[in-house]
Design a protein around this ligand. Structure first.
Ligand code: ACM
Ligand code: ZN
Length: 531
């Protein structure tokens, strides 16, 4: 890989990770942690507080060996040591860490806590290890906390402020702020129809318009310390190579152009046209990329209901050659009908719609099911109870189908969304974790007869005995299976099923288990109000 890149004048900079985000290393070498306990690798996304222990010498001997091996593979001068998102709670209680803090005279002051200074100490040790090999240290902006190592280069990811602070101190920086468009793992369209992601929102335009040299540094004559910019494509929610390409392109082109182009020569309108040709070259190379999907303004939804009529409009995050659709169940092609105005549905329909690029390629096809319905009848007063009834069954259930024969016992919760609160969240997911399923049932009312859209990251939502939302096989984030139903004015029954499990690295205890409702006139969803 290094040779392949070098042939193309690219230097691969290695990144190892310390002192946090290293649970796999700790699983292999328990002596690297503060407790020396046997751990399994991190089974879910997020930051555990099981981290390296800089109190003892073992970590630094280990790092000498790691660096020896890594520098032998990568000729780059720069060497990234990580340094981000290290939770320091264990250090506060670790005798070795506290002894090191004392021996090194690391005292809390306005520049950081004693533990932050301990991290700085560990990073300085890394700088010395790298210096023996003639390598330069790069670290995430957390390495500012507790004081920067003398020659460190800072990679600014939590906004630009770490990069600005480091440059003002005379350090070189690389800008890669997450919320400003440099995180290509962020979703690039409506999260309700894009594949699951870490969220946020980074369109091609936002990535293109990022300017890595802050005015503040230009004014202070420190802009020369900005070495350049970087984009990151973290793969927590990326389960295939094809999907990785979908996330990276064409946004990586935008980042490249910014890196190579003087600020005053950047031109979004020109880029927007040229990028289509660049994408066409990806087609010729068999590389996947993102094409904006047809989106419904105000929130996309694939399961629509019709009471009298439904008006359904579409747009895209940037103008494309158009949108094409079919209503006969066939897959749209370049020759299919072109979308010109909102659809008005009065009957059942299956709408397949895709965006068309100027080079004649189609986006992922969306299939939207439209169902003409009689209102589900309101329940008689005698059938309605107030409050919530809820049950739990312990076990690691992966789908609702696994619940057959489950051992249910009644529990008490106050709100539907509390189904995911029956066990505490533990960022380390110890072996003692008790997984469970919960089901809950309650009643709610609607003020008028009409269409209602429901949204939830529970595993299932049932209305009046009908399964409306089924999130089976989904990583349960961003309610990507919203659905509509027609309800008669009055009271209705709602039931939810929630499974506490970890699928695709996502811990469902962190899912939004509320059930939300809105009618077509409502701008926003609200929680279903239980009677
Ligand atoms: C990072 O995204 N934790 C650098
Ligand atoms: Zn320790």
């Amino acid at each position: 890989m290094v040779a392949y890149a070098a042939e193309r004048h690219i230097t691969v900079v290695p990144e190892i990770e310390m002192p946090g985000h290293a649970r796999a290393a700790i699983a292999a070498y328990p002596g690297l942690s503060c407790t020396h306990e046997t751990e399994h690798p991190q089974p879910q996304w997020g930051s555990p507080d099981i981290v390296f222990c800089p109190g003892g010498e073992f970590l630094f001997q280990f790092m000498e060996d790691v660096v020896d091996e890594v520098v032998a593979l990568f000729p780059s001068t720069y060497f990234h040591i990580g340094g981000d998102e290290c939770l320091k709670t264990q250090w506060e209680h670790c005798p070795a860490c506290q002894a090191r803090i004392k021996a090194e005279g690391l005292v809390a002051d306005e520049n950081g806590t004693a533990e932050e200074k301990l991290q700085s100490y560990a990073v300085r040790r890394m700088e010395n290890i790298l210096a023996k090999h003639g390598r330069k240290l790069v670290g995430w902006d957390e390495i500012l906390e507790g004081g920067l190592s003398p020659n460190a280069t800072v990679m600014s990811w939590r906004g630009e402020k770490g990069g600005i602070a480091a440059a003002l101190q005379g350090h070189d920086v690389i800008m890669t702020p997450s919320k400003e468009g440099m995180y290509l793992d962020h979703v690039q369209g409506d999260p309700k129809i894009e594949p699951v992601s870490i969220g946020n929102y980074t369109t091609l335009e936002k990535a293109y318009k990022y300017e890595p040299v802050p005015e503040e540094l230009v004014a202070g004559g420190k802009d020369g310390h900005v070495l350049g910019l970087q984009c990151n494509t973290w793969s927590e929610y990326i389960y295939s190579n094809e999907h990785r390409q979908y996330m990276m392109f064409p946004r990586a082109f935008a980042v490249a152009e910014t890196g190579w182009t003087p600020r005053d020569r950047k031109d979004w309108d020109s880029f927007r046209e040229r990028v289509e040709a660049a994408c066409h070259r990806l087609d010729l190379r068999g590389v996947n990329y993102h094409i904006p999907l047809p989106e419904q303004p105000g929130g996309s939804c694939d399961h629509l209901a019709v009471y009298d009529k439904a008006v359904v409009a579409f747009t895209t995050t940037r103008p494309m050659a158009g949108m094409v659709y079919t209503l006969d169940g066939s897959t749209p092609t370049v020759a299919s009908a072109t979308y010109t105005q909102p659809f008005v549905f009065t009957e059942d329909a299956v709408l397949k719609i895709a965006t068309l690029t100027p080079y004649g390629k189609l986006s992922t096809v969306r299939t939207i099911y439209v169902s003409k319905q009689e209102p589900l009848p309101a329940l008689p007063a005698a059938a309605v109870e107030s409050g919530i009834k809820a049950w739990r069954a312990d076990g690691r259930f992966l789908t609702a189908a696994h619940l057959e024969g489950a051992d249910w016992r009644e529990v008490s919760i106050r709100r539907l969304r509390d189904v995911n609160t029956l066990e505490p969240f533990n960022r380390n997911v110890p072996d003692s974790t008790v997984f469970y399923a919960a089901k809950a049932e309650a009643f709610f009312d609607v003020a008028k007869t009409g269409v209602y859209r429901f949204s939830s990251d529970c595993d299932q939502v049932w209305i009046d005995g009908q399964l409306l939302i089924d999130n089976e096989d989904e990583v349960k984030r961003f309610s990507r299976r919203d659905a509509e139903v027609v309800l008669e004015r009055g009271c209705h029954r709602i039931q939810v099923i929630y499974l506490y499990n970890i699928l695709g690295g996502w811990n469902s205890i962190r899912s939004k288990t509320d059930v939300l409702i809105k009618s077509p006139e409502d701008e926003k969803f609200k929680s279903v109000k239980i009677l």
